[in-house]
Design a protein around this ligand. Structure first.
Ligand code: AMP
Ligand code: ZN
Length: 492
């Protein structure tokens, strides 16, 4: 049963947190702009995709039937709106001496591999721009027919002035005004063709040398970037759907143009809740390929990079991201990653201890109230940092029950077992339960063996060996603690 009206989502269109009411009861349609597959995704891109993975996971956890569409941009994303020589795929294919579609395949495979490594769930539909050329041509044709677009020299542009004359308000999402936009628009190649510098391309004419080209009523060409998302979201989710997401930097012009195309064609807003995930920064600067201030996911995981002291597991990266709210900027640093690693280990250790806990007749911890707080955090626009602080409250209660400074009833232990695991593994996607218990069980077996060998060494007064075992474990971050009930280990 889904609790009605408990989830609140910050809607970028209204600038407010709103009650989430899906268009069709119990169903959610969500579209997230996917990667432009002309090069490897950097860690910043990954943060945005993991933000929406967490959002998708929580909606599913609440019981919604989610249709999650995330596209692959495999054509048409120019580095600027005018110059055909700036086609990212064509440029990269020259550089790597590969066919453009080989570039697309290579980086689509890389993207999937990276997201799988971070335990992101696949979308339910993953359409490509090149698979929807026919629909894009059709939408451009319709907009020309409706008087909202015009053709010049085999290219088609959206007529922003005409759109505004009809009272449709270009700039409503990014709250930009048209005069400022005109004065800020650079003089780009192809702009001479436009009636107005803010008009944007729906279709671009391609020269014979341009390899990525398709036939259209206006001659050979290729689609503009904004058109694909309007066409694919409409096709799979309908003219109006619940959630549209992407990184903050896509608000303008990409999402603004999507709204204009859809409102122009269908006469109404396409999206109920616009969601924007904030940027990952490194050294205080936005992570981006073009400035060189970026790190690739594999460089962080392997430790092969100049920014971080050591390698980090994918789950640590994911945990670090979740420790910031998805709408806040997050600066990644060595210290932040070390702290996240410690935090995640403490959390996993708490879960491990939970399985071995002996129930008491009374509890010093109110697990039902705790559970309510967890949901309250997530229902408040997916507030993962507050959720994580609640999860640590639970870990504290578990540790107290373990050491005897607190206690938990069987019912509270059951609540914690079910919900703690469900938040950590299902909602935060930190690691599948099987994988964790599989690895944990094996590590635990090895640790028990080492502890037995050390006990034997101590009994034999072989202090050199017993110290060696303790010190070498310590060097890799595993501490042994001798207590009255024997020796325990911690992975901090
Ligand atoms: P692109 O492949 O360039 O279209 O980007 C894919 C996604 O990554 C988009 O949703 C961007 O908004 C997002 N993105 C780009 N740079 C960053 C960053 N530094 N931090 C977070 N998200 C980013
Ligand atoms: Zn898009």
């Amino acid at each position: 049963m889904i609790k009605e009206n408990s989830l609140k989502i910050f809607n970028s269109l209204s600038g407010e947190k709103e009650d989430f009411v899906p268009i069709h009861k119990d169903h959610v349609g969500m579209y997230v702009c996917g990667p432009t597959v002309y090069s490897n995704v950097h860690l910043g891109n990954v943060r945005t995709f993991l933000s929406f993975d967490m959002i998708y996971r929580y909606l599913v956890h609440l019981g919604y039937n989610v249709r999650y569409v995330r596209n692959i941009t495999d054509a048409g994303h120019l580095t600027d709106d005018g110059n055909v020589d700036n086609d990212r795929f064509v440029k990269q294919s020259r550089l790597e001496k590969l066919e453009p579609m080989e570039i697309v395949q290579k980086y689509t495979v890389d993207f999937h591999k990276v997201l799988e490594m971070f335990n992101a769930l696949p979308p339910t539909i993953e359409p490509t721009a090149t698979g929807h050329i026919v629909e894009q041509i059709e939408l451009a044709r319709q907009l020309i027919e409706d008087g909202l677009a015009y053709e010049v020299n085999g290219s088609v542009y959206f007529d922003v002035n005409e759109y505004n004359k009809r009272g449709l308000n270009y700039g409503e999402l990014s709250r930009r005004n048209i005069e400022d936009l005109i004065s800020n628009t650079r003089d780009l190649d192809g702009q001479g063709e436009k009636r107005n510098p803010v008009d944007f391309a729906l279709w671009k004419n391609a020269s014979p040398a341009h390899i990525m080209r398709w036939n259209s009523p206006w001659g050979a060409g290729f689609p503009g970037w904004h058109l694909e998302c309007t066409v694919m979201s409409t096709k799979y989710l309908g003219e109006t759907f619940d959630i549209h997401g992407g990184g903050m930097d896509l608000k303008f012009p990409h999402h603004e143009c999507e709204i204009a195309q859809a409102k122009g064609a269908h006469g109404h807003e396409p999206v109920k809740y616009w969601m924007h995930a904030n940027m990952l920064t490194m050294n205080g600067q936005r992570m981006s390929k073009s400035t060189g201030n970026y790190i690739l996911p594999m460089q962080l995981i392997s430790g092969n990079n100049d920014f971080f002291e050591k390698a980090f597991r994918p789950a640590v990266v994911r945990f670090c991201f979740l420790q910031a709210h998805y709408r806040s900027v997050l600066d990644i640093s060595n210290d932040a990653m070390i702290a996240s690693e410690k935090g995640l280990n403490r959390l996993m250790e708490g879960i491990r201890h939970l399985d071995a806990l002996k129930p008491s007749n009374e509890s010093t911890f109110d697990a039902s109230k705790w559970l309510e707080e967890c949901y309250a955090a997530m229902d408040d626009d997916f507030n993962t940092p507050i959720l994580i602080s609640q999860l640590f409250e639970a870990v504290r209660a578990i540790n107290a029950a373990k050491t005897g400074s607190g206690s938990l009833t069987a019912a509270d232990i059951e609540t914690l077992k079910k919900s703690l695991k469900s938040f950590v593994f299902d909602v935060m996607g930190l690691k599948s339960e099987d994988e964790t218990s599989g690895i944990t069980d094996k590590i635990d077996g090895v640790m028990q063996m080492l502890i037995r060998m050390r006990n034997k060494a101590r009994a034999d007064k072989d202090w050199a060996l017993s110290d060696q075992i303790r010190d070498e474990l310590d060097a890799i971050g595993i501490q042994l603690k001798d207590g009255k009930d024997g020796t325990e280990y911690s992975l901090n």
